[in-house]
Design a protein around this ligand. Sequence first.
Ligand SMILES: [Zn+2]
Length: 80
Amino acid sequence: MSNEVEIRQMWPDGPSRNYSTHRPGSSWIPLADGGYGGPYVCQSCKNDVIGIYRVENVWQCAACRRNAKFRRINGKAGQN
Ligand SMILES: [Zn+2]
């Protein structure tokens, strides 16, 4: 029996998260359409993360979201 973890996109244009048909750990939650969902995957740093945020059509972790915000602020300052 396979107990492999794969990365699955939760819905079109949605965030990706770790997915398994068998529950690898107690922190994994049962999903409505079967299987179990684990940590999300940040689309910027590719790390497993608990919280995921949509920033300009990219699903990012809190750290990447913070970095993106700083980049925007710095970019704006640079144009002056
Ligand atoms: Zn990230």
